[in-house]
Design a protein around this ligand. Structure first.
Ligand code: RAM
Length: 349
């Protein structure tokens, strides 16, 4: 697989993420204060204080995206911070947005738990001169300057359906174990999965979608409940790195191991043991470190006034090269990648 940034950075990413997890702290290296904030109407500024706000803290996926973001901000000579709530609930990010606005950060880089719930806070931030970049999970477009999309939503839906269809032999009952009920990214992918299932896999029935809230224990318990409620269940698709790891852990020590398939979106480091013990055949993802790195470069380009977020704007993203803003203020990182027993040993994130 050709992830655009050097793999060695992914190794470093894991070490930092592990250290953050151990201390239980957000990385606030570099203060987020001050600076002459420019306007969101295309004004320019040299206030390269960039704050990342993931859906929640304690998720290795976001630890890795923040590692990429931090590397980019440091490369640009700015100050990086990461803040966020413990739980991925719709409005839990509002207070963090308000604080960052009061601090006068140059940009906020946000993965939204809800497309609407944080909009007022984000627009107040923008009115105060903060550039707003969403990444991973978007808000409604009118609440941000840019959305950095990890991969085309239809492609993310397709790869997961293709994987479960292959693992099931094209027929049987499946369920979806998602993140939180309002998550923009998972809901978009699930809608597209349903369309693709209906058009291409008439013998696969999606019997239920449940929500583990991107919480490990909730996801684990929801997996157990699904298997109890649906005795004919043949597979689970979990389009969240938290959900798929919790479901695989449940299956790995249960009688369902090897008979109920689990696939979806996972990080190689969290899924490795379940691939090695035969619980999991294959799953997909992109490189979250690249996603964070690209998002930080996009934020910096907005802050400096190099771009406004208009379609056709181009900006430099360091090791990743040049990117162009597409329709609806969206920048696309790349394509999802499938991990399996053959290649998982090559990845460390
Ligand atoms: C979880 C989060 C994130 C999603 C990944 C695949 O880490 O829900 O938003 O993109 O899974």
């Amino acid at each position: 697989m050709k992830f655009a940034r050097k793999r060695v950075t992914a190794f470093a990413a894991v070490a930092v993420a592990a250290a953050l997890a151990l201390t239980g702290c957000a990385d606030t290296s570099g203060s987020t204060g001050g600076g002459d904030a420019g306007g969101s109407d295309g004004g320019s500024s040299d206030n390269l204080s960039i704050t990342f706000l993931p859906k929640n803290l304690g998720n290795p996926y976001f630890d890795t995206s923040s590692t990429g973001g931090k590397a980019a901000v440091e490369e640009l000579g700015g100050t990086f911070a990461e803040v966020g709530p413990a739980e991925a609930t719709p409005d839990a990010q509002v207070s963090y947005i308000n604080t960052a606005t009061q601090q006068g950060v140059g940009a906020l880089v946000v993965s939204a738990n809800d497309p609407k719930a944080i909009c007022d806070a984000l627009n107040e931030a923008r009115d105060a001169g903060v550039k707003v970049v969403t990444f991973d999970s978007d808000t409604n477009p009118e609440c941000r300057d840019l959305f950095i999309n990890q991969a085309d939503a239809a492609g993310i839906a397709k790869v997961q359906v293709d994987l479960i269809a292959e693992q099931l032999g094209g027929a049987g009952e499946i369920a979806v174990l998602s993140a939180s009920a309002n998550a923009t990214n998972q809901n978009a992918w699930i809608d597209l999965m349903k369309e693709y299932l209906a058009s291409d896999f008439p013998d696969i029935t999606l019997v239920e979608t449940v929500y583990g809230d991107d919480d490990d224990q909730t996801s684990f318990d929801k997996t157990a409940a699904l298997l109890q409620t649906h005795p004919e269940l043949k597979g689970i698709v979990s389009p969240t790195t938290v959900g798929i790891a919790a479901a695989a852990r449940y299956l790995s020590t249960s009688d369902y191991k090897g008979t109920v398939a689990i696939t979806g979106l996972g990080t190689p480091n969290q899924m490795r043991e379940y691939v090695e013990d035969g619980t999991v055949t294959a799953f997909a993802l992109w490189n979250p470190e690249d996603l964070g790195y690209l998002s930080a470069f996009a934020a910096a380009a907005l802050i400096s006034g190099d771009i406004t977020g208009a379609e056709g704007d181009t900006f430099d993203a360091g090791d990743l090269g040049e990117f162009e803003v597409g329709a609806d203020g969206t920048v696309l990182l790349g394509e999802p990648f499938v991990f399996d027993a053959e290649n998982i040993g090559e990845f460390d994130f």
